[in-house]
Design a protein around this ligand. Sequence first.
Ligand code: ADP
Ligand code: MG
Length: 481
Amino acid sequence: MQRDGLWQAVLGEIELTVSRGNFVTWFKPTQLLSHTDTSAVIGVPNVFIKQQLERKYNDLIRSTLEKNGVLAEVIEYKMSTMAPSARTFDESVLAPNGQQTADRFAPPRSTSPVMTTGASGPHDVVTGSAGAGTLGNGLTHSYRQGINERYTFDNFIVGSGNELAFAACQSIAQMPGTKYNPLFLYGGVGIGKTHLIQAVGNAVKAQNPKAKILYISTEQFVQEFVAALRFRKTADFASYYRSADVLIVDDIQFIAGKEKMQEEFFHTFNALHQANKQIIISSDKPPKDIATLEERLQSRFAWGMSIDMQIPDFETRCAIVQTKAQTHEVELPADVVEYLANHIQTNIRELEGALNQLLAFCEMRNLEPSLSVAGSLLGSAKVRPKHLSAKQIIERTCKHFQIPMEDILGPKRDKDIVVPRQIAMYMLRSELHLSFPKIARELGRKDHTTAIHSVEKITKESQLDADLRSTLSEIKERLYA
Ligand code: ADP
Ligand code: MG
């Protein structure tokens, strides 16, 4: 078999066994550089993927290669700028000269003033394509607004929780206004909404520098509108926003209760939508939960696509920590990465903040980042107890569903036993990070693929099913109570 064909076959099989997020993050950007009958050299784009493949996926890669006829006793992972794109969309959009792969994980360019802002908000430094706009005479933006160039698809780590949103945003960036219009992204604080929607703006801009991309936070939107009313410039206000090719409105929940603004936005929305201009909206909750949001706006928002974003899983959080550390040119030991990813489980902004705090502390005192430094600096009541056992998780799950332990551990296959069993497996993975074979054993199963499927199924379903999510968080809460 040709090298490429062989590797495609191997990747195809691996794609079936690992989660989509893991596949996209760890496997997609690899290639087979060479192989003999006893060894293989795999090209990877950065050291973190190299480590992860060596540490976690070496056996899987070896056995899948073997199935495809290559008995590689030794697998070498080699950094290679030739590795293909980690992303699913045509990256010529971002960098037509093909340099994108080489510097995907490279440290920030020194000319960029915005990379070190870390945990601070997205509006701190702005190198916007929208820039500070002027709404006719007498109404000038007193603040800077626009798109932050540091938010790109390239430096967004894809994993469970954000992969759907990522895919939709990429697809919009390729052909704005044609699909998913509007896109309505919602989810908790600090999980990457602003990053993704601004990445769309940056990608469209890179492809078509003339495109008029307007990004605005709803708070600014409202302030501007109030000023426009005061200076009798509402016509200018309207025409300014209606001239957008892509209008990105962040945190629309702040429009709640502002009737006049809602009215104005309704008309802007219609004008843009009719002209096939792309509208992207983010919110911390779904439209139906935004109190006093006019019904007609609610129904407009439902025209396109709504996507619920979740905090990424543990592995993805690890990848985020490691890549952010790399932008500071620091290679963090794996245990420190895992400590951070475990320590902060709800908010990527906080995760970045904790990382920055650790790096600054170490730099000032000339220390190497280590688990003990991280623990003493960040350790607090928030750290989850270490003594939680597999048995406790299984017991808690059984109690929740009011089924006996024997049943969940036994051979029964009724739905009301199978689902709790799958949930228990999921919990063992998400809370204790047990390996799949170990998870299978804890639940009295011989075959670890059952564990893989169960964890994937619950992960997927929990993205779509709010009841399941609340079941999971109830069980978790009790576990840590
Ligand atoms: P939100 O708008 O949902 O409150 P942001 O988009 O502001 O969150 O994200 C908070 C911070 O976390 C930003 O600095 C962003 O770059 C970072 N971040 C969030 N998700 C990711 C991710 N998947 N990969 C890389 N960075 C991320
Ligand atoms: Mg935001």
